[in-house]
Design a protein around this ligand. Structure first.
Ligand code: NAD
Length: 501
């Protein structure tokens, strides 16, 4: 089928798709209702339309899925399958995702409001991740330790067992792929809990995983709320690892659940308040301004690495902020199904009210509102790109993660001041740095407390580089072959030999 090229084309595809949405849990190779029969509505935030009543899993469903996952792991059908064979199945899954790319993208757009062009980009990331991890798994070797000749010591890598992946709604399928790609490639059984705000693409993925040949019980999907099914997975005595992407607050809870239960491994990818540093020596301030606006307004600002703190050298600040305002003009929200829309709808009413509250606080605390600040009229949840200048560290909008289209601009006079301001945060997920001076670039990069630094770009990266944070942005690393390390144990084998020389 050819990809729709315009609003009417995507609307037509959406109308078809809405007649065949799967909304039940995927447990042991079958779609089933929650044990309790409970459901919750998933709503299109661009229109207010209820898309589906989705199975609301809780502890009973978690227990059932964990038992199936454990049995599948013990069977060895996947966990002991030769890596080259696992690779083949996962490559088939990636091919199926590619084949259904428009449909998967559309599910995320309908469910959480992001523009469809943006969802298509996410699909490229998701498919690329599954392929990369599949390709890695038959190229990783164990070790022979450098012992004496009366022994042979091997360091083996083995899968962990049952991995529970708990993911957010802002990049539903891409965050899912970043977790399940390496976990499945390493031979684990995986239980996915999608966000209650965006469960639909994960359920479609389950069908594709079955079609690709992932064995029964190896990949299961439990839709539902964090405090019910998410918590049950986190407290389970038979889950070996929690792979989480979401807020710092919930990440802290998960560490406690692990301590209260079986000391399962906990990998966290949490929030951010990322600084974007613009030095006056930049060659093309127009281009930098456009990137600075995209860094915050892409995906409606609902991005963990959103460049939400723009730190600009005071000598160019006035002129630079004018350029950012101009760039933001073309980034207004629109119908997510229209390929021309740069921003879409905010995920739900709670998040929408939260963002508007932050905007009110910004004004009350004395920041200078330079543009936006308003919601659009209508049933959809749309907020204008909003820019505050004259923000300082004492203001709420300067410190807390807003997770919406709100930019805070700060001024600095020296490199040291810029670094101190950038690092003055509980978070450390990403930082950007714009300058032509290579000495400065390296000096500043080394001193930034951040999991990743983007130099003369924002959000650059591909499957080859790890993604993750420091400080309260988390402790895990998604993507690249390093992510496979998180989903496997080292086993040391010491063999005594009788071959004395
Ligand atoms: P959230 O923490 O509210 O929810 C994330 C997931 O955790 C959801 O599936 C939710 O149902 C589940 N959950 C909630 N409470 C739980 C509990 N008590 N036990 C178990 N599971 C629970 O976050 P969100 O609103 O979905 O996503 C936004 C947050 O995610 C932002 O802070 C953002 O920065 C962060 N994020 C981080 C990254 C990264 O890679 N670092 C990427 C995307 C999003």
């Amino acid at each position: 089928m050819t990809r729709p090229q315009d609003l009417a084309g995507w609307q037509a595809l959406a109308t078809q798709l809405k007649t065949r949405l799967e909304s039940r849990a995927w447990i042991n190779d079958a779609f089933v209702d929650a044990e309790s029969g409970a459901t919750f509505d998933t709503i299109n935030p661009a229109t207010g339309e209820v898309l589906a009543s989705v199975a609301s899993c809780d502890a009973a469903d978690a227990d059932k899925a964990v038992a199936h996952a454990r049995a599948a792991f013990a069977s060895g059908e996947w966990s002991r399958l030769a890596p080259g064979q696992r690779k083949k199945v996962m490559l088939k899954l990636a091919d199926l995702m590619e084949q259904h790319r428009d449909e998967l993208a559309l599910l995320d757009t309908l469910d959480m409001g992001k523009p469809v062009t943006s969802s298509l980009g996410d699909m490229a990331g998701a498919i690329g991740c599954i392929r990369y991890q599949a390709e890695c798994i038959d190229k990783l070797y164990g070790e022979v330790a450098p012992t004496g000749q009366d022994s042979l010591a091997l360091v083996l890598r083995e899968p962990l067992g049952v991995v529970a992946s708990i993911v957010p709604w802002n990049f539903p399928l891409m965050m899912t792929a970043w977790k399940i790609g390496p976990a499945l490639a390493a031979g684990n059984s995986v239980i996915l809990k999608p966000s209650e705000k965006s469960p639909l693409s994960a359920l479609r993925l389950a069908q594709l995983a079955q079609e690709a040949g992932i064995p029964k019980g190896v990949f299961q999907v439990l839709p539902g709320f964090g405090h019910t099914v998410g918590k049950a997975l986190a407290l389970s005595m038979d889950v070996n690892c929690l792979a989480f992407t979401g807020s710092t607050g919930v990440g802290k809870q998960l560490m406690q659940y692990a301590g209260q239960s079986n000391l399962k491994r906990v990998y966290l990818e949490c929030g951010g308040k990322s600084p974007n540093l613009v030095f006056a020596d930049c060659r093309d301030l127009d281009k930098v301004a456009r990137h600075a606006a995209e860094a915050i307004f892409h995906n409606q600002g609902e991005v963990c690495i959103a460049g939400s703190r723009l730190l600009v050298e005071n000598s160019v600040r006035e002129a630079f902020v004018d350029k950012v305002l101009q760039a933001a003009e073309s980034m207004q929200p629109g119908d997510p199904l229209d390929p021309q829309s740069f921003m879409g709808a905010i995920v739900d009413r709670t998040q929408y009210e939260r963002i508007l509250d932050y905007i009110r606080k910004g004004v009350e605390e004395g920041a200078r509102l330079r543009s936006g600040g308003e919601a659009l009229e209508g049933p959809g949840l749309f907020i204008q790109p909003t820019i505050f200048d004259g923000v300082n560290d004492d203001m709420t909008i300067g410190r807390e993660e807003i997770f919406g289209p709100v930019l805070s601009v700060f001024g600095f006079d020296s490199e040291d001041e810029a670094i101190a301001m950038a690092n003055d945060s509980d978070y450390g997920l990403a930082a950007g740095l714009w300058s032509q001076d290579i000495d400065r670039i390296m000096r500043v990069t080394r001193r930034l407390e951040s999991g990743q630094v983007f130099v003369n770009n924002w959000a650059g990266g591909d499957q080859t580089v790890p993604f993750g944070g420091v400080k309260q942005s988390g402790n895990g690393r998604d993507k690249s072959h390093h992510s496979l390390e998180e989903y496997s144990e080292l086993k040391s084998v010491w063999m005594a030999l009788t071959t004395a020389l």
